[in-house]
Write a protein that binds this ligand. Structure first.
Ligand SMILES: *[C@@H]1O[C@H](CO)[C@@H](O)[C@H](O)[C@H]1NC(C)=O
Length: 396
């Protein structure tokens, strides 16, 4: 046998020798149980959570949406401090656009007949004065009501304050009615029209579902049990579904969210794509310190008197702003997420023997026996001796 032939044979063995792992069977029910149980947990996680709950085999897309709203209802107010008055939607919805956020006026402080003129400031420590020297001409405090003229005038018989150039008479906003002026607003209704698109899947939907006809739309009103598909909502119903009392909220105002969930499963075995409505109050109902609760803003209506003078009616409006929030994702079977998640699942399964081995080698009564068979320590000294003996025999 030549040297090259030996080398060649070595190469062949190196390439073609088949190596196979040796299997050690542990006849222990407990270890077997741990192994199977861990396997079961992994399968349960993959099938139950990843597939059924998370639907990780799906590709997803998020919703694009547009909303229009239309409020309807009338009210008649007859209070001691104002003339009797009829109200329709153009009076109490400000501004009137009808977008995804609309405001319904429920309470207010009205200051009529304001003109551009001069009048003494409302009394408070920073505006009271003794004589003209306390009032700096031209100075204006952003928290005040106007620009100082430099004069100190009688606000009442006992109090003197600095005079200002402003819209006079000044608004006194401490006399907010304790009961909402437009209590009847609870019976107003709003029609919400919402169109959505999932561009990736080319899906278009509307919250006025295909089976709704115009005669149904004329008389229906949203109710979770009897009319869950009707897109017309009574304001009181919205507020009470959010867990609030309409008349309480109407006094100081607030923000209420109308949430439309368009989560869709577009796979052929599910084909679910309907809006789900929910309602919640978005502003803080009772701030811990009770400072600045509710929601209000000011606007004015301008007039000209017959003799050409400009006057305005200032309204500090309190009311409920309804914000329509649309969200959702659509999912459809996709090959890429499926393969990725299958790979992750197989990785988890390959970790199961590690757990079983650990239990076997640390927690079992016969762990030493298992260890002896599972782990073979190479005895270097003994093996080297055998080998050197072999060589010495060879040379003899
Ligand atoms: C709203 O309507 C109900 C029934 O239609 C009525 O009983 C209630 O008094 C109305 N609320 C107001 C504030 O007018």
């Amino acid at each position: 046998m030549t040297k090259t032939a030996g080398c060649c044979q070595g190469c062949l063995h190196y390439v073609f020798d088949y190596e196979t792992p040796k299997t050690l069977v542990i006849p222990s029910i407990r270890v077997g149980f741990v192994f199977r149980f861990t396997q079961f947990l992994v399968v349960l996680y993959v099938v139950g959570y990843v597939c059924v709950v998370q639907k990780a085999y799906q590709e997803t897309d998020s919703v694009l949406s547009t909303v229009t709203t239309k409020v309807k209802g009338f009210a008649f107010t007859n209070t001691s401090d104002a003339d009797p008055r009829f109200w329709d939607v153009a009076d109490y919805v400000v501004p009137p656009q009808g977008g995804d956020s609309f405001f319904v006026l429920t309470n207010m402080v009205v200051t009529p007949q304001q003109t551009q003129s001069r009048c003494p400031e409302l009394p408070n420590p920073s505006t009271s004065c003794v004589d003209d020297c306390d009032c700096i001409e031209g100075y204006s405090d952003p928290r005040g009501n106007g620009i100082l003229t430099g004069l100190c005038e009688n606000y009442s018989t006992t109090v003197k304050t600095c005079e200002v150039i402003s819209w006079c008479p000044l608004e006194i906003d401490t006399k907010l009615p304790e009961h909402a002026l437009l209590a009847a607003a609870e019976n107003f209704t709003v029609l919400i029209k919402n169109s959505i698109t999932y561009p990736k899947f080319n899906v278009h939907r509307r919250n006025i579902l295909p089976h709704i006809n115009s005669s149904y739309l004329k008389r229906c009103e949203f109710n979770r049990t009897t009319d869950p598909d009707c897109p017309i909502f009574r304001l009181k119903h919205i507020v009470s579904e959010a867990g609030e009392e309409f008349q309480d909220m109407a006094v100081k105002g607030g923000i209420l969210g109308i949430i439309i969930d368009w989560s869709c499963d577009l796979d052929w075995w599910a084909r679910k794509c309907n809006p789900q409505y929910s309602f919640r109050r978005l502003d803080n109902k009772n701030p811990a310190n009770n400072v600045a609760p509710g929601f209000n803003f000011r606007f004015a209506k301008y007039y000209k008197t017959p003799d050409g003078e400009e006057t305005r009616t200032l309204i500090k409006a309190y009311g409920i702003r309804f914000d329509v929030v649309v969200h959702g994702t659509a999912g459809k079977f996709g090959i890429v997420p499926t393969v990725v998640n299958l790979g992750a699942a197989l990785t988890f399964l390959s970790l199961v023997p590690v757990v079983a081995d650990w239990v076997m080698l640390t927690c079992m009564g016969k762990r030493d026996l298992y260890k002896k068979h599972k782990i073979t320590h190479l005895n270097e000294v003994a093996d080297t001796e055998t080998m050197s003996m072999g060589t010495s025999y060879g040379t003899q």
